[in-house]
Design a protein around this ligand. Sequence first.
Ligand SMILES: NC(=O)c1ccc[n+]([C@@H]2O[C@H](COP(=O)([O-])OP(=O)(O)OC[C@H]3O[C@@H](n4cnc5c(N)ncnc54)[C@H](O)[C@@H]3O)[C@@H](O)[C@H]2O)c1
Ligand SMILES: O=C(O)CC[C@@H](O)C(=O)O
Length: 528
Amino acid sequence: MTYKVLVSDPVSEEGLKILREAAHVEVVQQTGLSEEELANVIGQYDALIVRSQTQVTAKVIERADRLKVIGRAGVGVDNIDLPSATAKGIMVVNAPDGNTISTAEHTFSMLMALARRIPQAYLKLKQHIWDRKAFVGVELNGKTLGIIGLGRIGTEVAKRAKAFNMTVIAYDPYLTPEKAEKLGVHYGQLNDVLKQADFITVHTPLLKETRHMISHDQFKLMKDGVYILNCARGGIIDEDALYEAIITGKVAGAALDVFEEEPATHHRLLELDQVIATPHLGASTKEAQKNVAIDVCHEVLKALEDQPVKNAVNLPSIPAHIFKKVEPYFLLSERLGSFVAQAAVGAVKEIHISYAGELTDLDVGPLTRNVIKGVLSYHLGLQVNQVNAPYLAKQREVQINEQKTSSSGGFTNLIEVRLVTTQETKRVAGTLLNGYGARIVKVDQYSIDVEPTGHLIYVRHYDRPGVIGRVGTLLGSHDVNIATMQVGRSDVGGDAIMMLTVDKPVSKEVLDQLSDLPEIKSVIEIDL
Ligand SMILES: NC(=O)c1ccc[n+]([C@@H]2O[C@H](COP(=O)([O-])OP(=O)(O)OC[C@H]3O[C@@H](n4cnc5c(N)ncnc54)[C@H](O)[C@@H]3O)[C@@H](O)[C@H]2O)c1
Ligand SMILES: O=C(O)CC[C@@H](O)C(=O)O
């Protein structure tokens, strides 16, 4: 059988030749296809290889009847509708390592160009104007670089900054003071980075939690005359807030490689002299394109030949007989991980998972991987899957401990997840109730009974008369309907929790108002 592979973005020939040289593969290159055009041809192909331009939408996937694998030559898979691909059984693979250095170097080029106003001076000279007074820059030497997101690229940027004698302060949910010390960077919370840095660069994925993570309130905390860089994803920085911060002089300059909507040829930020920009060129080097093309083509070939792949973004690979037994606990295990990651404060250090009751007879490996996936996905997004979750945890020095125990607290099956962070230990336990589905039955020392689904509000408070009423009244006054409410307390008048299920996401303003109510200790919104 011959496999047909469609390459719909420019991808390096050095990678494609791996496919061309495979006897049973035919490669077709067709770039610049509209959604409609791609949907019309996709039915003929077994594999699709893209970079970031091609939008692999639900409509395209719906027509992809032969498609076995989608290969992304790069890291971000935000241009691929992963749920649709997964639902149709199409594997998505990426090439996460090949463009790290290029993107770090691009960020550093932008940092230097921003500090010395090189693009602005270049433009003037091209207009035959020899203006030396207008382009006085600032040195990097002795300045503080704030890095938000110290993953692959952030870490490489940090190394380069240190070579320039910069102080580096970083915030990442997986960064602990010990790891920071090893890397030679200062450990900070987000606000520390915002307050202390002269230059701030973001290197996180674009997730619900990171969308607009730098907005009006965050700009207010920064030093006057701060410089901002985004070579990660448009949308991490709120572009309207950035515009305002530049106009008011809070931000002295910004370097942008990415935009909320691309191509961004007419963006109003581009009108500002303080803004320098490139059209999403972070990964555009011969080396990176060669690396990612080779990596992704190897992966696509393996997927076509049913061999194990390293960088599958969506599909688990579990033998069928094990899958059948553990499948009912899949949702519960992942949601417990996700719950505890959202509920806990501080950088993740250890994940302890214990299984009790009838689960002790099963191979719980896939469930453990699912719990880890649930924890890590909160900060690492779509790149985490069943296959790579333990590897990603190890890479981040997160310790994993799995055990089976006889104490099931009266439940026929029980999964307990204990997350140890730099600041606290958070526990959650769940069970699968025969005929009723998954339930969270314990949070820390409190017994509750909550379906792990939808929008939850987790309130810690003091057990005093009137607290529950005030919470209900406040939510009601903001048109937030409470679907269920569970209350747990340690002892009368002592610490207590409330777990509310609400029908729609609650705005930050309402959550802040809830936190300000008397006797409330903390309020966290959890999306499952
Ligand atoms: N401009 C380009 O051409 C280009 C090229 C490659 C990658 N990228 C983008 O760069 C970004 C980083 O890529 P990477 O390979 O370093 O990814 P990575 O997964 O190695 O690192 C991302 C880091 O962000 C951290 N993070 C997640 N949520 C956070 C939060 N709320 N606050 C602080 N940190 C948080 C994660 O813990 C992780 O360590 C991604 O958005 C990727 O798509 C852009
Ligand atoms: O394909 C590109 O050049 C962009 C790649 C980059 O944004 C990525 O996420 O890997």
